[in-house]
Write a protein that binds this ligand. Structure first.
Ligand SMILES: *Cc1c(COP(=O)(O)O)cnc(C)c1O
Length: 223
């Protein structure tokens, strides 16, 4: 399938999900996750109009960044190892996986400008999922005030791999509630406006529950 056709299909479904929930499709950012695919396929995605790309490993990110440079916005969506922060932190636009103080400290030390970060939350409680426990998120973000290069723009989660859409929905809803609690604090280092949630199999539910950033790989560029 051509990326342009996939994108058109996804945009139609985004439109429908927005209609179901009284939202504006302009408020949804589609991040094309290119971690599975080649430079060639990534090029096709950019030419189809994808303006935000997501990678989950330093090697894959650097390969594509070195090729495409700053013609797109770069989202780092995978677990970030502290010792590798220095190689990528000034090149990425948004980090979706801030999940510990030691990482915040390293980013603060290595970056030359404030970095937009999503705090990753393990809402579903699955062992295999990365991210912080929901009850730790508020005090964690409050503590980030001392790191001048960290700006918390929102929360991120991954739903569990299950078929029951209503259980997936609860995960997204819980993340949105947590975001609301933090946003209400009006911390200047943590506007926390956004929700990064929804992937190929669950982005419509995520949009209905308030997602502002959806991360789509297999259904957009293939796997
Ligand atoms: C791979 C990945 C995605 C995209 O997954 P698809 O199901 O292929 O859309 C989204 N988010 C994260 C964090 C990922 O690692």
């Amino acid at each position: 399938m051509e990326v342009s056709g996939n994108l058109k299909d996804i945009q139609e479904k985004i439109g429908q999900a927005c209609e179901n929930s009284g939202r504006n499709p302009e408020d949804i950012t589609v991040i094309g996750v290119t971690k599975y695919v080649t430079i060639e396929r990534t090029k096709e995605a950019i030419e189809s109009g994808v303006k935000n790309l997501g990678e989950n490993r330093n090697e894959g990110f650097l390969e594509k960044y070195n090729y495409f440079g700053e013609q797109v916005k770069w989202h780092f969506i995978g677990t970030m190892q502290s010792r590798k922060v220095k190689d990528v932190i000034d090149k990425i636009d948004v980090l979706h996986s801030l999940d510990r103080i030691s990482l915040a400290k390293e980013i603060n030390k290595r970056s030359t400008a404030p970095v937009d970060c999503f705090v990753q939350v393990n809402v579903s409680g699955e062992e295999s999922k990365h991210g912080m426990e929901p009850e730790d998120v508020l005090p964690f973000i409050e503590n980030l005030e001392m790191y001048q290069h960290i700006r918390v723009v929102g929360l991120m989660t991954m739903a569990p791999h299950i078929d029951d859409p209503e259980r997936i929905r609860i995960v997204f809803r819980n993340l949105a509630e947590l975001r609301d609690q933090i946003k209400k604090k009006q911390w200047s280092h943590a506007p926390c406006e956004y929700l990064s949630m929804g992937m190929s199999n669950d982005y419509e539910i995520a949009i209905e529950e308030g997602a502002t950033h959806i991360r789509i790989g297999s259904k957009l560029v293939g796997s």
